[in-house]
Design a binder for this molecule. Structure first.
Ligand code: KG4
Ligand code: ZN
Length: 352
């Protein structure tokens, strides 16, 4: 039984997760407090506000997570915490709290990479075996990874400019939709005509499965500027066009990564996994389901609440690490940047 703590961005999370006899994860509690309301007025996450909000709510959330799980601090086997990558102030709040809890309880501390936690969530929910192909799509990250084992990743592709979630958020902002934009763009897209605007599909058919999204974002801005003031139909049609372009790009880039998978992992993938906040998008899931069927693979997409940032994914990654004896000491530092594939070049924007 592991306590997991998440404070890398704008969600404070605390959770207790255990493993059943078959090795499947059982979430005993998963307390998440979103700070969206506090950042909404600024149209994005403000690091200082985030760090302060984590300080204010983390103690309470940890107490509630233990309580709902029906256990005390002394009952847990380890304290896992996201030690990065993310906003350094928030990461330090979580890491400091986790160190104190581990020290008081006399239990091991496990410093988890937030991206690894997204990556391993599908093993908690579906028990899939290594190696698998992971499309990791969130507000800060867009990567295709061969996941060969715990702590063993090969990055096949990344974004050379914006992350997909960021492109959703910027598009929403341009069209006057609230922050965070992803869910709002998806909702508008459902009512719109995806074919009204002729929008680019950047990087389509490129040999390396990288992404580039700034051209699409610019194309949306140009179309929107031509139409000002925008009607509701204009907004829905632009959202539908944007999402359709994203789905085409995601499917094409993922298909390319599948082709290169065997060379990176030595065998075919056991599954195609999508994770991170953007994985909640049904259009993207549908596109990936089609691709997986075409490739004779299963698509594993965790439930929405486990795609967004949460403490359960940190606790699960902690359980996986604990079972391999991968624990950390109390001197471990917060890491604002922490690539999963240490050998991969940092992306030009540092967003990979
Ligand atoms: O993983 P996450 O919760 O936080 C980060 O680590 O970034 O991802 C948040 C991102 C935001 O950019 C948000 O707009 C996007 O995920 N997102 C979506 C949807 N739900 C959340 N993007 C597209 N469609 C959605 N339904
Ligand atoms: Zn995340």
């Amino acid at each position: 039984m592991v306590l997991g703590i998440e404070t890398t961005c704008d969600e404070t999370g605390a959770s207790v997760v255990t493993q059943d006899e078959e090795g499947r994860g059982r979430i005993l509690s998963n307390e998440v407090l979103s700070q969206i309301a506090q950042h909404a007025a600024y149209g994005g996450v403000v690091p200082e506000i985030a760090a302060r909000a984590h300080v204010e709510s983390l103690d309470l959330l940890v107490a509630r997570a233990l309580d709902r799980a029906g256990c005390k601090l002394k009952d847990i086997d380890a304290v896992a915490v996201a030690a990065g990558p993310g906003l350094i102030g928030g990461v330090m709040v979580g890491l400091t709290a986790a160190k104190a809890l581990a020290l008081v309880a006399g239990k091991p501390l496990i410093a988890v990479n937030h991206l690894e936690a997204h990556a391993l969530t599908a093993r908690m929910t579906d028990r899939i075996a290594f190696p698998f192909l992971l499309l990791l799509v969130s507000g800060g990250h867009t990567q295709l990874l061969a996941v060969r084992g715990v702590g063993d990743y090969v990055r096949l592709g990344t974004t050379i400019d914006d992350a997909i979630g960021e492109a959703f958020d910027k598009t929403a902002k341009m069209l006057g939709l609230p922050y965070p934009g992803g869910p709002h763009v998806e909702k508008e897209a459902a009512q719109g005509d995806p074919a009204r605007f002729d929008l680019p599909r950047p990087m389509l058919a490129r040999q390396k499965p990288d992404f580039s999204l700034s051209g699409l974002k610019t194309a949306i801005r140009i179309e929107a500027e031509k139409l000002v003031p925008l009607s509701h139909t204009d907004v829905s049609d632009l959202c539908a066009g944007f999402q359709a372009a994203i789905v085409d790009v995601v499917v094409d880039r993922t298909r390319t990564a599948l082709r290169g998978f065997r060379a990176a992992a030595g065998q075919a993938p056991t599954a195609l996994v999508v994770a991170g906040g953007v994985a909640a998008n049904e259009g993207i899931r549908r596109g990936l389901r089609r691709l997986a069927a075409e490739a004779g693979l299963k698509l594993v997409a965790p439930p929405h609440e486990l795609c967004a940032d949460n403490g359960a994914m940190i606790a699960w990654a902690g359980l996986e690490r604990l079972s391999l004896g991968m624990i950390d000491d109390l001197t471990v530092a917060a890491r604002p940047r922490w690539p999963l594939d240490r050998l991969a070049e940092p992306s030009p924007t540092g967003k990979a």
